[in-house]
Design a binder for this molecule. Structure first.
Ligand code: UD1
Length: 370
């Protein structure tokens, strides 16, 4: 483990922190992690990002530093570390005192989780158990945890409300569901803890600069990264999985949310934790409350892109739900947060990122062969 690397520093800098607050962000170099780190810095927090670059690259945090400029990036420290190695975490916590942790680090590819469930348990469950133990040892008891709409399984009723029945349909989903329950149990046993579980719907888009965005390694599993690779000529066409659903156009409905809105949802959750000593352990949906079909998304992307995306109608993808979208009432009422951006802005920013970075952060077709 190395302390330093990207953006080492974390000194006082000239900007006063959010009441001097310091936040540890695990998985800080990832898609949602980088956008959240950026917003935290803009809000005046001191941020330590930890990452093992399993599905991310150091360049992503360099881009964040570039976007926020030298004064704010002086408040960003990076530590290379793997949450499955407890000693890495001990070193992270020995370096500094953290007021709260936002925990993104984890694996999220459903098919990979079916093929390698042990890898998902080790990374997601063991990593979180280690994080909890080390936080507790160092007296840090405020946690925002990345959960997922995957915990609603195939919802019987939409919109999904936070107290809907929960069900995991694959090993990845089981790790998220188990971790939610584990963190709830831990909080009940340790009432001084404050924990927020954020259930993300479908994060897409990119920062308006087009300098940071999603850069999956290998063939993308998710819809927008795949469409974007078709747009830049890396893939010939989009496979549309399922066109016989009982929806407006036969394709499946999801609740897409701009990643910058999602990042702001984390700031709202953090502020809620700081302001609410007796919050306990609470789950919130982070979505827009609006459902969009696959074909509607393709057509919104085509508007931003200015050309057609070739599509091929294919059978349903196993395990997919027909319709998933969020009830946003609880987050609106209790966190004072709601998504600002619609699918037009999401596609505009996704295409801007793709156009500027057709091969992602590495910028080289040869390095991105898969
Ligand atoms: C998926 C996972 C979910 C996980 C999330 C992480 C499944 C069943 N669900 O959500 O557990 O939390 O990713 O981001 O894998 N689609 C196509 N063609 C493609 C890709 C996707 O038609 O090439 C369709 C899918 O069938 C689906 C919709 O687009 O109807 C959205 O798919 P995706 O982006 O993978 O998200 P989810 O399936 O909602």
């Amino acid at each position: 483990m190395a302390i330093g690397g990207v953006g080492a520093g974390g000194g006082a800098g000239s900007v006063e922190g959010q009441q001097g607050r310091s936040v540890l962000v695990t998985g800080g170099a990832g898609f949602i992690g980088t956008h959240t780190v950026l917003r935290l810095l803009e809000k005046g927090y001191a941020v330590t990002a930890v990452d093992n670059f399993h599905n991310s690259v150091p360049e992503a945090l360099d881009r964040v530093r570039h976007i926020v400029g030298p004064a704010l990036s002086a408040r960003l420290q990076f530590i290379f570390g793997d949450l499955t190695i407890k000693d890495d975490l001990e070193k992270v916590f020995a370096a500094k005192r953290y007021d709260a942790v936002i925990h993104f680090a984890g694996l999220k590819a459903v098919a990979e989780s079916v093929a390698h469930p042990e890898m998902y348990n080790r990374n997601n469950i063991v990593g979180t158990v280690n994080l909890y133990d080390v936080m507790k040892k160092h007296g840090c008891n405020k946690l925002v945890f990345s959960s997922s709409a995957t915990v609603y399984g195939q919802p019987e009723k939409v919109p999904c409300v936070e107290d809907s029945p929960l069900k995991a349909l694959n090993p990845y989903g089981r790790t998220k569901l188990y971790l939610e329950e584990m963190l709830r149990d831990y909080q009940h046993a340790n009432p001084e803890w404050r924990t927020i579980l954020l259930r993300y719907f479908n994060p897409i888009g990119a920062h308006q600069s087009g300098d940071i965005g999603e850069d999956p390694k290998g063939v993308p599993n998710n819809l927008l990264p795949y469409i974007q690779q078709v747009a830049v000529g890396r893939r010939p066409e989009l496979n549309v999985y399922g066109h016989d659903y009982r929806t407006r156009d036969g394709t499946a409905v999801r609740d897409y949310i701009h990643v910058v809105d999602l990042a702001d949802g984390h700031i709202a959750a953090l502020e809620k934790l700081f302001a609410t000593p007796d919050i306990g352990c609470v789950a919130y949906n982070l979505g827009t409350g609006r459902g969009t079909t696959v074909l509607e998304m393709v057509s919104a992307f085509e508007k931003a892109y200015g050309k057609k995306i070739p599509v091929k109608m294919c059978p349903r993808r196993p395990g997919d739900s027909e319709q998933v979208y969020a009830s946003t009432a609880k987050a609106e009422q209790e966190l004072g947060w709601r998504a600002k951006y619609g699918i037009e802005e999401m596609c505009r920013d996704q295409w801007n990122w793709a156009r500027k970075n057709p091969y992602g952060y590495c910028g080289d077709a040869a390095e991105n062969k898969d």
